[in-house]
Structures are given as structure tokens and as C-alpha cells.
Design a protein around this ligand. Sequence first.
Ligand SMILES: NC(=O)c1ccc[n+]([C@@H]2O[C@H](COP(=O)([O-])OP(=O)(O)OC[C@H]3O[C@@H](n4cnc5c(N)ncnc54)[C@H](OP(=O)(O)O)[C@@H]3O)[C@@H](O)[C@H]2O)c1
Length: 423
Amino acid sequence: MPLPFIYELVSNGAPEWAPEWMSDPWRVLQVVVVLGILYLIKRYSSGTTNTAERDMHGRVIMMTGGTSGIGAATARDLATRGAQLVLLTRLPPSHPFLADYIGELREQTNNEMIYAEQVDLTSLHSIRQFATKWIDNAPPRRLDMLILCAATLTPPGGKRTETDEGIEEMWMVNYLANFHLMGILSPALRAQPFDRDVRIIIPTCSSYIASPSLSEALVKKQWSPRKAYARSKLAMMVFGQAFQKHLDAYKRPDDLPMTARVLFADPGFARTPGMRRWLTRGSLWGLAVYTFSYIIPWFLLKDEAQGAQSILYAAIEPSLVRGPGGKFIKECMEVDFARLDVKDDEIAKQLWEASDKLVEKTEKEQAAMRALEKKNRELKEKEKQDAEKAQEMDALVDAIKKGKEKEADKKPSRRQKKKGNNP
Ligand SMILES: NC(=O)c1ccc[n+]([C@@H]2O[C@H](COP(=O)([O-])OP(=O)(O)OC[C@H]3O[C@@H](n4cnc5c(N)ncnc54)[C@H](OP(=O)(O)O)[C@@H]3O)[C@@H](O)[C@H]2O)c1
């Protein structure tokens, strides 16, 4: 349709109804060039589309962050392909929002095999409770894939926040939660049959390139949301590489090689709730500016489904089962890491040991606190029961007293009796 119109325009000039500038060919050319450039920028910022295909029926995929943004788009695509999804969510499955979300996802994807399990990634205890329950099964449960999409991000200028267990929030949700979860699930991952294509997918972010080194602690004075987020992402990449080595070193009882693979995927920048919080600085003013200038993020950022493409490629592309694990996927192709320390064994060892210590220390403190809380609760309960018993006793004594008094009132006194006998 545009071709005859362009031909008409070139041969007979602009139609009468057209604005004046259309009669100037030079102006028309300028407009066409600008529109073409804008179209190319939009195409570029939308990223590459995953073209890999695979039937996912029967595959069990455990996911964090599957309720929002890129994770939700990934979950929808995988559910449409028939995968069984176990979504680890902050909310309990009975929560109306989550129940609605799962119901809609089942309906839209025509897949009933979507479940939610409550796991709060700010809590080591919550992770342990879920993961130990998962591995406590004989024979081991089927687990084809682990996709770790959950993340949190303190907006620029935001204050450093700590979880109830006393760990900086971004370090906890973006890194330590995954460290803990993968550590406990490791036996379940290693116990999968040799011919099963097991993948652990770690979404990352190009911010890791600017992260401060992991060999130095990020002290409170130097803390900023940008540094902390980047550092948590770098830590996840270093740990992911180390976890791949941990899997490779495992000697299977059947003497067959280990086939589970860790894959990293950079989704690029996408318009997700997390990105919106970052751009708006988590403020209402920021939200107003974002809404009025929405054309800019729309133009320069991917949508959620476009952001999910590299993760889907990492989950689906059959050729990724060949060769070693630890590959990095960006725009649906394998790329190199931009930092050498991602593969530094010494840094990985230090990180692993320090994380182990932090988990152990925090879990011990939390267990002691829970025991103390339980004791206090029991003490209070006992005090309450004792008080209730005492109240009951008092009431009984009162009732007996009152009963006796009434009886005494009814019985005639000796004098009354005498009077009665002597008329
Ligand atoms: N968006 C981007 O431009 C971009 C760029 C590069 C990399 N990435 C990476 O891509 C992944 C997805 O990003 P996104 O922007 O789509 O994220 P998002 O919209 O902010 O969603 C984050 C998800 O994490 C979950 N989550 C957060 N805290 C949790 C907790 N304590 N317990 C359980 N779940 C928790 C959230 O659950 P609720 O729904 O309950 O809040 C939500 O489902 C992240 O790893 C991110 O770092 C994103």
C-alpha cells in the first residue's frame, strides 16, 4: 500500500488534502529519514527474539520472581510450551492476588501444572524450610530447571535497608538467597538422571561490569544503591561459575558425567516494575514524570516479553547442552564476560567461604532468637492459663459463698424456730 502512494507522491506531487510541507520533496525526504532512524532505534532497543524451539511438556521448572516483570513473561512463555512451573513467591498461595494470578496464568496458557510455594527471599529460614522439604523425598523429585529471576533494587538516593535477619537487602535477595537455595537444592540437582537436560539460569545485569571488587567488603560509608546492586550481580556470576565447578566435580554413583549446566542471561533493559522503581526513584513525583514522559522509556527500553528472550533462549536452545556450562547469553547468543574476575577461582573461594559463614552465623542467631521467642510465648501462654484458672477458682469460691449465704437466708434462726413453736 505505501508503494503506490509513494509513486503517486513522486509522479503527481502531494494530494490536495496533504499538509504543505509534503509538496517539498526535500522536506519529505528529511521526514522519511528521521522516521527510518527512529524505527531502527526502536528495533535495536527491542532486542533479539528467541527463535529456539523445544517442547517443554513434562519438564519441571522452579522459578523465583515469576510473578512480575521479566520473570512473569518467562513463566508465561514456558507455561505455554507445557512446562510444569513451581513458582517460589513471597506471598502464600492462598493470598487472593496470587491465587488470581495463578488462575489467570493457567487459563491463558492452557496449563494446569502451575503451582506456587511461599518462599521469602529475605529470609534464610524461609528458604531452608522450603528447600529441605523439596529435597526430603525418595526417589528425588524431578527438577529440570531453576530460573532465578527474583531481584530487588533500592532506588537511587534510597537508604540502605536490612532484612529482619540483619543482612543488607540487595545482597540478601539478589545473591545470598540464591546461594542458600542452590546450596540446599544441590543434591536434588545432582541426583537427576544423566540424560536429563538440567539447567540453572541466572539472569544478570550489565551493571556487574562497574561493580566494586568482591575481595573488599562494601562498608556502610561507601554504600550506594548502584554499587550494592552491581556487587550483588557480580557475586551471583562468580558464585554461578563456582557452582558449575562444584557440579562438575561431583562423582555420580553411576560413574557417568555430570550434565547439569549453569547459564547466565542478560535480559537487557526492560520496562518492568523493578526498572520503573529505579527510574522514578520510588517517588510519586518520579512516577508522575515517568508517566508523562512514557514515550521515552517506551522508545528506548524493551517490554517485559522482549526482556525475557535471552532467558528463554538459555532455557530452550538445544545446542547449549553441548560443551561446558557457565556460558553467558546476551541478545540470544553466547558472549564473553566483560570482567576477568567472574572466573577467578580465588575470589570465588573467598566469596563461598564468607557466604557460608554468614549463613551459618545468621541461621544460628535466628534459631536462638526463635527458641527464645517460643519460650517467651509459652511462658506468656502459661501465665495466661494460670490467670484464667485463678479467675475460675475465684468465681467458683464466690459462687459457693453466695450459695451458702442464700441458704443461710432461707433457713429460719433458732429464735424464729422457738417463736414458731410457742404461739
Ligand atoms: N528490568 C531490567 O531492565 C533488567 C535489566 C537487567 C537485568 N535484570 C534482571 O532481570 C531479573 C528480573 O528483573 P525485573 O526487572 O523483571 O524484576 P521485578 O519486576 O522487580 O520483579 C522482581 C521479582 O522478584 C520478586 N521478589 C523480590 N523480592 C522478593 C522476596 N523477598 N521474596 C520473593 N520474591 C521476591 C518479586 O516478587 P513480588 O512480585 O512479590 O514483588 C518479583 O516477582 C532480575 O534478576 C534483574 O536483576 C533486569
